[in-house]
Design a protein around this ligand. Structure first.
Ligand SMILES: [Zn+2]
Ligand SMILES: [Zn+2]
Length: 115
């Protein structure tokens, strides 16, 4: 696929009719720039098919995990926001209960359960 060197618009293949024959030309639909399709134009049809652009935002695994976390109304000690993600971490010793962690939805500050 070729692009216009002047304005960057994708060039279109047009068969220009001359007195003698029709000549394939690459024409910019925006500014009218014309160029002859060179050898580089001889691309197999399969390759010229436009791939759907992968514009899906890549979310980091950590962010994905956080998005699935439930939220709880608790005041952030840093910014005062009153909504935080909540999750539990099991401590190593089995006799201790799991510790709750919070992450402020606003500033991202992570803090532990009070007490
Ligand atoms: Zn152009
Ligand atoms: Zn905060």
């Amino acid at each position: 696929m070729k692009f216009c060197p002047k304005c960057g618009t994708r060039l279109e293949l047009v068969h220009k009719k001359t007195e003698k024959s029709s000549k394939p030309m690459l024409v910019c639909p925006r500014c009218g720039y014309e160029t002859e399709p060179g050898e580089s134009y001889a691309i197999p049809l399969k390759k010229s098919i436009h791939k759907p652009q992968e514009k899906i935002a890549i979310i980091s695994r950590r962010e994905q995990e956080l998005r699935t976390l439930p939220t709880i109304k608790i005041e952030c000690p840093r910014c005062g926001n009153n909504l935080a993600y909540v999750w539990q971490v099991q401590t190593r010793s089995s006799d201790e209960s799991s510790t709750q962690f919070f992450r402020c939805t606003k500033c991202g500050y992570t803090f532990r359960e009070y007490g």
